[in-house]
Design a protein around this ligand. Structure first.
Ligand SMILES: [Zn+2]
Length: 264
């Protein structure tokens, strides 16, 4: 499962998971033997998990404030304990074997509150924190453009300029993946895979959709990295898919140990 979160905030809504429900999601995954894997490791086929456990990937779209918020305490900026990053790190302290990984599909040029977590003075610090603390930053276009609607030049400019903005804040950082806003597939998928705009080159190892169910193993024959499906992490979808894999354990990817190369 590649889980797709949007807002972490109150109250619970179609595109909002409350901090409490997000914690509960992690708890339910943990109890059922799921462990976090970085999207990049999954794409490389490196699923280094203990024998008998199942990989799960977390993604967060649209850089809304509740995903990563800092608050001031005694003159220092510290994580708001109810933001997604803090919840993940608190959970990891409790259960170190759960793992540490998540990909954030940020919007450098969106209107507030979705522009880089909505604390402009802290945007650089946050992106650098993500890049240096084991998270991944993904491309989600400059301002959430539906790429199905635009000609090639606009599609490429949206992608390249989003990467430029990320690199201005985290020099040399290469987003390895693109999540398509609203699932809008450009007329030619190759426009989104790689390209060059005014000297800026981009290349994506995978392109993520907004829905589609669980992803296949990267070692399986039908695996298509340019149409990676995701599961929207709403209450209903979480209930559905956790129950589904409880009932159909044979459909679940189960690691054979740390040297697993995802051959099934
Ligand atoms: Zn989005």
């Amino acid at each position: 499962m590649i889980l797709e979160y949007h807002r972490i905030d109150r109250p619970e809504a179609r595109w909002t998971r409350t901090p409490g429900n997000f914690r509960r999601d992690l708890e339910r995954l943990w109890e059922r033997g799921y462990r976090l894997v970085a999207l990049g490791d999954f794409l490389d086929g490196t699923i280094a998990l203990p024998r008998g456990t199942t990989p799960v990937i977390l993604t967060f779209d649209d850089s809304s404030p509740g995903q990563f918020r800092l608050v001031q305490r005694d003159g220092d900026w510290v994580l708001d304990p109810d933001c997604a990053v803090a919840i993940l790190e608190a959970f990891e302290r409790q259960h170190p074997e759960f793992g540490h990984a998540a990909t954030f599909y940020v919007l450098p040029g969106a209107d507030p509150p979705n522009r880089l977590f909505d604390q402009p003075a802290l945007a650089t610090r946050k992106l650098q924190y993500l890049a240096s603390h084991g998270y991944e930053i993904g491309n989600h276009t400059l301002w959430h453009a539906n790429l199905a609607r635009y000609p090639e030049a606009v599609v490429r400019a949206q992608i390249a300029s989003a990467q430029d903005w990320i690199q201005q804040r985290v020099p040399g950082y290469r987003p390895r993946t693109l999540a398509l806003p609203m699932g809008g597939v450009p007329r030619e998928i190759t426009w989104a895979v790689s390209g060059e705009v005014k000297g800026s080159t981009y290349r994506h190892d995978a392109i993520l959709m907004v829905s589609g169910g669980p992803a296949l193993s990267p070692g399986s024959s039908g695996f298509d990295p340019y149409r990676l499906p995701r599961i929207q992490a709403t209450g209903t979808e979480m209930d559905h898919w956790l129950a589904h894999f409880d009932r159909h354990p044979g459909e679940r990817y189960v690691s054979t140990g740390p040297a697993d190369r995802a051959m099934r």
